[in-house]
Design a protein around this ligand. Structure first.
Ligand code: UDP
Length: 417
């Protein structure tokens, strides 16, 4: 059996007053037609990164509206996650080798996990490339509709990786991407849905943090709450460009000597590269004690992330590839302006000059951060606009609605549920 991940109950009614009533009503209507539908979400890890973040809220909300929803994770050892991290990087455009040995490891684990897959479902939602082979190796057993959900930026995939994954994805009934730009060229067969992810406004990490609590949390990690703070919340990953963030911070520091930087990053179980990259970040930071490199092993959990986001003067997400960037939505929801790389899903959230600034270089990132530090009124205005933008487009009930619409569309093509 695949491992089932428990989640905490959620109620759709609790989102009343946060999102429009019309959205909640649409969800109820759609859910009526799907009552009792058996749904399983399958991904690679229960902890760390955006997908786990989404599933821990989406799954219980699907249950609340009457679906029999569950969350399962595949089994993998380090050798598998080494390969899947390379797949992640290759699909995001890194020019890596994809050797027959690597392909064999990926295939072997996918076959093993397919053998462990049990039960019968109306909808099997497989997240990201790690378990993408489940549809093939189960031969579709146990699922009436198979949906592949891609969370990464596949706008410029390195061809060997794209060519390897395309036939697997081709076999699904539907494929969900965050942007039209991410749809693999040549993908024909699955119904395509474009659905950007969302954050859960009721998750502990998105709750307001009282200013005094935020300050004491900062101080606990050695950050001075009385001095301006630049913040990036992201895994230690080349695409998140933490080294570029440090360089940009150094340019800002020449003008604002008391500025501090926090790089807060979770060490995900399926991301072995994270430790290697963390070391690089630490070496790059050197002996500058105003750079704070923190992660979950320091005790930085969701509440601490929320406190950092609440206390930051400017949040940065200087990614060079980004599927969506939940950390951007989280910061905007806390009314923080975001300086973000002009890549992937970031421009959906950071509207240049309206909810933050989009940048293409270290120098530009530094100039925008400096500008926002020097113009706190403008920072507040952009942050407020960002919160409203997230409220309209990137809160969890909208994601639930989009899944229900897709489920309804798939069943309408057949004989219903
Ligand atoms: N995150 C966290 N603690 C950290 C760093 C990140 O909880 O120290 C969370 C972050 O708040 C966000 C998720 O991990 O919810 C990262 O999602 P995102 O889409 O930004 O990036 P991904 O890791 O999926 O590429």
């Amino acid at each position: 059996m695949l491992q089932t991940i428990p989640t905490q109950a959620k109620r759709l009614a609790e989102y009343q007053g946060i999102v429009p009533d019309a959205l909640l009503e649409e969800i109820e209507t759609l859910a009526r037609g799907l009552r009792g539908a058996r749904v399983v979400h399958i991904n690679a890890t229960a902890f760390g990164g955006g997908v786990a973040e989404i599933l821990q809220s989406l799954v219980p909300l699907m249950q609340d509206v009457g679906l029999e929803a569950a969350w399962q994770v595949i089994h993998g050892e380090n050798e598998f996650f080494q390969v899947t991290k390379a797949c992640h990087n290759g699909l995001q455009g890194m020019r890596l080798d994809f050797t027959p040995e690597m392909q064999a490891i990926w295939t072997r684990y996918n076959r093993e996990n397919a053998a462990r897959f049990e039960g019968a479902y109306d909808f099997v939602v497989v997240h990201d490339p790690q378990p993408a082979g489940l549809r093939r190796f189960t031969e579709g057993r146990g699922g009436r509709f198979w949906i592949w959900r891609c969370h990464i930026d596949t706008s410029h995939p390195h061809p060997p990786f794209r060519d390897f994954f395309l036939p697997y994805v081709q076999e699904y009934d539907a494929a969900i991407f965050t942007l039209q730009d991410f749809v693999f060229p040549g993908l024909a067969g699955p119904q395509i849905a474009i659905i950007p992810p969302t954050i859960d406004p009721l998750a502990p990490k998105n709750q307001p943090v009282p200013p005094e609590k935020a300050r004491t949390t900062m101080a606990r990690f050695g950050v001075d709450p009385d001095r301006p703070l630049l913040l990036q919340v992201a895994r230690f990953d080349p695409w998140k460009d933490p080294l570029g963030v440090i360089d940009a911070y150094r340019l800002v520091k020449q003008e604002v000597p008391d500025v501090q930087l926090a790089l807060v990053g979770v060490m995900a179980h399926d991301d072995p590269e994270g430790w290697f990259y963390l070391d690089r970040v630490l070496r790059h930071a050197g002996e500058d004690f105003d750079i704070h490199v923190l992660h979950n092993f320091h005790g930085v959990g969701p509440l601490e992330v929320a406190a950092f986001q609440a206390q930051a003067a400017v949040v940065v997400q200087k990614s060079t590839r980004e599927g969506f960037g939940l950390a951007v939505a989280e910061a905007l929801w806390k009314a923080k302006p975001v300086v973000g790389g002009r890549v992937g899903g970031i421009p959906l959230q950071v509207l240049d000059g309206e909810t933050g600034y989009l940048v293409d270089s270290i120098e530009e990132a530094a100039a925008r951060m400096l500008h926002l530090l020097r113009h706190p009124e403008e920072a507040r205005r952009l942050g407020q606009a960002g919160r409203e933008h997230v409220r309209r487009h990137f809160l969890l009930p909208r994601l639930l609605r989009d899944y229900l619409r897709l489920f309804a569309a798939l069943t309408a093509g057949g004989s219903g549920l």
